[in-house]
Unconditional design. Structure first.
Length: 316
């Protein structure tokens, strides 16, 4: 088991050094501590057959994976996140999952995401490549960014099994049956998701994969003011009609999804102290809006207040 701690890094550039370490060992991301906080984190890594187990803790921080990180290459990986202590929130694929102890969420490294950890937050991550997860979850895309409650179905049993398995790996546990154990663990997770999220619309594997392609394309191009159904159809080499059919399975209109996601990203930056030196119009235009008046109207309709009021409320 490999163990890392931010305490072992130089205090002068601790956050940057941790970003580099985490990017090498897990995924390319950017850690940012809450305003005025000294950054602290720890990470331990181990393996069970094709699965990587990781435990991470941190004080109040945000972890962001952007188009820049995704564009730098690396193998596509899926990560099941289980909340072990404290709480956190995952913003991913147009969904928001607030996690308390025992809750799960699934994350796709090929799509941008923001993960916010509260103080004393500790998570268990189960990471795997695309080929491995698709043997058990034919369309994992439909679950990305959703919260699987710890009280749902078999989730509490899976949570306990994952924690125990990680503790055994931490103590140096090895066996000739690692791959079989990993297989059964993923099968149990698959059943738990099917039971716990059985109200979610099921789609065919083909449509599910194509929908994932559409969502990923939108998320990667959300800042582009030219983003439109025609732009997406050209980019994915599909017809506009087929695009509409695919997106209909998501239960949200395409234009509505794009507008909502842009507004959500603007809202996050408007109340982020790091962006306090930027005007609201600057932020809006960076996320694809080209009219300040239209942005203000849309923002008020979505959040019930103007962008300026939103910033004052969140930053005060």
């Amino acid at each position: 088991m490999e163990t890392y701690s931010s305490d072992a890094l130089p205090a002068a550039n601790r956050r940057l050094a941790w970003n580099a370490l985490y990017s090498t060992q897990v995924n390319q991301v950017e850690f940012t501590p809450a305003s005025g906080r000294e950054f602290r984190a720890s990470l331990s890594l181990g393996h069970l057959g094709p699965l990587q187990f990781a435990i991470m803790s941190a004080n109040r921080s945000s972890i962001e994976r952007t188009r820049r990180h995704i564009g730098s290459g690396g193998q596509r990986r899926y990560t099941f996140i289980a909340q072990v202590a404290g709480s956190s929130s995952l913003f991913h694929c147009g969904n928001q999952a607030h996690l308390d102890i025992g809750d799960f969420a699934l994350c796709d490294s090929a799509v941008p995401h923001l993960f916010e950890m509260e103080d004393s937050s500790r998570i268990l991550m189960l990471r795997m490549n695309e080929a491995t997860i698709r043997k058990h979850f034919p369309t994992p895309e439909q679950y990305c960014g959703l919260r699987l409650a710890g009280s749902a179905g078999l989730t509490s049993m899976i949570f306990a099994a994952m924690r125990e398995m990680h503790e055994k790996i931490e103590r140096g546990f090895t066996t000739d049956y690692d791959t079989r154990l990993a297989f059964h663990l993923l099968e149990l997770l698959s059943i738990s998701y099917a039971v716990g999220l059985n109200s979610r619309q099921q789609v065919s594997a083909v449509v599910g994969i194509r929908l994932s392609d559409v969502v990923r394309f939108i998320e990667l191009n959300l800042r582009n003011p030219e983003l439109s159904p025609a732009f997406i159809a050209r980019g994915l080499r599909i017809s506009p009609r087929y695009l509409r059919l695919i997106f209909a399975s998501k239960g949200e209109k395409l234009f509505g999804y794009i507008a909502r996601r842009r507004l959500e990203e603007c809202a996050k930056q408007i109340c982020d102290p790091k962006w306090s030196g930027h005007t609201i119009t600057e932020i809006a235009f960076k996320w694809g809006f080209n009219s300040a008046a239209h942005f203000t109207r849309s923002f008020r309709a979505h959040f019930g207040m103007t962008p300026r009021e939103y910033r004052q409320t969140k930053l005060n």
